[in-house]
Write a protein that binds this ligand. Sequence first.
Ligand SMILES: Cc1cc2nc3c(=O)[nH]c(=O)nc-3n(C[C@H](O)[C@H](O)[C@H](O)COP(=O)(O)O)c2cc1C
Length: 231
Amino acid sequence: MESEISKMQLPVVVEDDDRHELAKKPIITADQPLLTPYKMGNFNLSHRVVLAPLTRERSFDNIPQPHAILYYSQRTCKGTLLISEAAGISNTSLGYPNVPGIWTKEQVEAWRPIVDAVHAKGGIFFCQIWHMGRSSNTDFQPNGEAPISSTDKPISPELYSDAIDLPKFTPPRRLRTDEIPLIVNDFRIAARNAIEAGFDGVEIHGAHGYLIEQFLKDQVNCNAPTSLTKL
Ligand SMILES: Cc1cc2nc3c(=O)[nH]c(=O)nc-3n(C[C@H](O)[C@H](O)[C@H](O)COP(=O)(O)O)c2cc1C
């Protein structure tokens, strides 16, 4: 039976002289390692092309929207692994507008049809969960409070890649040791919510200078020896 992969038409860049010859051949051949199956734990991936987590800022009021059904299902074929855009674990976790959350019942219910659509096409869907820590500002925080972090040192201002805009970061509040288990618990609940929404797994965002990485970096972690990552 012809696989979904062999039906895919991926764009290739070719020299003009080769164009005519290549047009006669199938672009995708079975011996391309990227397109061979991979067993990832309990999951049988039909190929090794994975949708990376990509923040989209289209989840108004932090609720995933129905248009994401189309977005994610367009990127799915049978046996594809997709990782969702990062979803916030709590109302202190965010620092961009209109990113989705996964800490309320309403958010869980809104994710469900998106996950169902990916499953209907045979995809495997992981939810990425995050807390942005000090990569935030008071505008995103409940009651205009300071963002939380492993430190009270603010991020040094640095222009966005457009070399024009300066992100607004306000000084964070360093978490007390007794507060850290509460954040761990928020991650735990968010992970359970993701499974409740139907996701096949969870990826914890531990990079890009967000809360977990703030605890992982000696220059930023003022909570040693107790850290979020040791609990
Ligand atoms: C617009 C945009 C949004 C992104 N959002 C996330 C995200 O939510 N979570 C994450 O872990 N990485 C995020 N990334 C990083 C990408 O997943 C990817 O790791 C990065 O772009 C490097 O891969 P590349 O070299 O193929 O571009 C984002 C990247 C871009 C360009």
